[in-house]
Design a protein around this ligand. Structure first.
Ligand SMILES: [Zn+2]
Length: 248
């Protein structure tokens, strides 16, 4: 059976002497993989359209073990991202996240929409490094929430009260945010970090607002750095320190 789907190439690996396995994110099927036969030997036309960070339409044939790609039309190779090292590192880390994060395909369409919007915005020229970071952090948190790894940034995980600006709050990995009063009562010892009220506010914004609004925020470098550290620590927790950390 033949079928076709649009998507973005996340990653590829060589397989055996001549073949290559591709991981691909599609709005219809979520994360899928397929094999390209003899790509390295013949340098077939396929390979060019299947470089990671390519948005493409792929034509596949159902296989017993793995589906096989028989045709590809590259739709966008995001030239601006390709030639800008800072953007490239960030975009590739988003692809890595999609590759490593466990998810089912139920929200694939929404995740794909965010991915496309992120790459489209990042591909525009004249974005400062700070905005590039914010866009990338926004995309990461959107993906985290859509794939079921989200956290309640509004209520204390223990008492359920709305988090208050006046109180100190703590980020508890894999669980949520806890207020200082509840933390004092906790007998179980778990990994937690203090989380500033401005960071909570920013996280709520990133999760709730459209990705394009991230670019409009004017934040201090310090706040962005704090959010980066927290994000990296959380990613280490949910995908096990596999992500490239070149920009965190
Ligand atoms: Zn509490």
């Amino acid at each position: 059976m033949n079928y076709q789907t649009e998507g973005v190439v996340l990653k590829s690996f060589s397989s055996g002497e001549y073949d290559r396995i591709y991981w691909f994110f599609s709005p219809q099927f979520g994360k899928i993989n397929f094999v390209a036969k003899g790509v390295r030997k013949s340098l077939a036309k396929l390979a060019g359209g299947l470089e990671p960070l390519t948005q493409a339409e792929v034509f596949l044939v159902k296989g017993k073990k793995i589906d096989r790609v028989v045709g590809v039309t590259a739709l966008d190779q995001f030239q601006e991202i390709q030639k800008n090292l800072e953007k490239n590192i960030r975009a590739r880390s988003i692809l890595e996240l999609l590759f490593y994060l466990e998810m089912d395909s139920s929200e694939a369409e929404k995740i794909y929409f965010q991915l496309k919007q992120y790459l489209f915005e990042l591909n525009k020229s004249m974005i400062s490094l700070g905005k590039t970071d914010l866009l990338s952090l926004g995309a990461i948190w959107k993906i985290i929430f859509l794939s079921g790894w989200g956290i309640d940034f509004f209520h204390c995980l223990s008492c359920g009260e709305k988090l208050q600006r006046e109180k100190k709050n703590y980020f508890c990995f894999g669980r949520g945010v806890i207020c200082v009063d509840c933390l004092k009562k906790e007998t179980e010892n778990f990994f937690h970090l203090p989380i500033e009220k401005d960071v909570i506010k920013l996280l709520r914004f990133l999760v709730q607002q459209d990705l394009i609004f991230c670019k409009k925020l004017n934040l201090s470098d310090r706040l962005i750095l704090t959010l980066k550290k927290l994000t990296k620590a959380y990613l280490d927790e949910i995908i096990g320190k596999k992500m490239l950390d070149l920009w965190f």
